[in-house]
Design a protein around this ligand. Structure first.
Ligand SMILES: Cc1cc2nc3c(=O)[nH]c(=O)nc-3n(C[C@H](O)[C@H](O)[C@H](O)COP(=O)(O)O)c2cc1C
Length: 175
């Protein structure tokens, strides 16, 4: 494996946990997005962005957008973390929404994160409660996978993090 860098962005710690597990498994350096230095990208030939999903947006994706020129010729991947169970269609939508134009060819991998309303900021908790109220009005048989997960998680503290989710991205970096 070449010299690699893991760049992560995480509000509540799960994307950070995956970034640290990835670093352990690959020996890559690891840095948080605000501290990631665009110039330092030159030193690396493999880049993994590890960011959580908030309202369908992948945290840290703007770093890739800003540095897309510097990524040319580097093996790059995105590992995103969300509360929803794996669902191919939903993830395709997340990919289309986040990895556009020059970033379209970057493969995206997924790992399940955690859910703890008691640890959320007031703003995030309010947003999630509003979403849950809106979803509660729907017929459960019409729920999308993320809706089912959201409703199951109401008032619960869940942690789905698991190293097994990292296997495909590690394999991709090894190819
Ligand atoms: C405001 C908010 C919006 C979220 N939106 C999504 C979403 O669109 N899809 C999803 O799968 N998970 C969503 N989640 C769940 C988070 O992605 C999940 O809790 C993740 O583990 C948080 O990562 P972090 O600990 O690195 O911050 C959302 C969580 C919050 C607080």
């Amino acid at each position: 494996m070449g010299k690699g860098l893991i760049i992560y962005q995480s509000k509540y710690g799960t994307a950070k946990k995956y970034a640290m597990w990835l670093a352990e498994a690959t020996g890559f350096d690891v840095v948080e997005t605000p501290k990631a230095d665009s110039r330092a990208l030159k030193e690396y030939d493999r880049i993994i962005l590890c960011g959580s999903i908030y309202a369908s947006g992948i945290a840290g994706i703007s770093f890739l957008r800003k540095n897309r020129q510097a990524l040319i010729g580097k093996k790059t991947a995105v590992f995103c973390v969300g509360a929803s169970p794996y669902d191919e269609k939903a993830l395709e939508e997340v990919k289309a929404h986040n990895l556009k134009e020059d970033l379209r060819e970057i493969p995206m991998f997924y790992g399940r994160g955690a859910w703890d309303e008691s640890a959320m900021s007031f703003k995030d908790r309010t947003l999630c409660k509003m979403l849950q109220k809106a979803v509660a009005k729907k017929d459960p048989s019409t729920y999308e996978p993320w809706m089912t997960a959201l409703m199951c998680a109401v008032g619960q503290k869940c942690d789905w993090t698991d190293k097994k989710y990292l296997e495909p991205v590690i394999q991709y970096m090894n190819e």
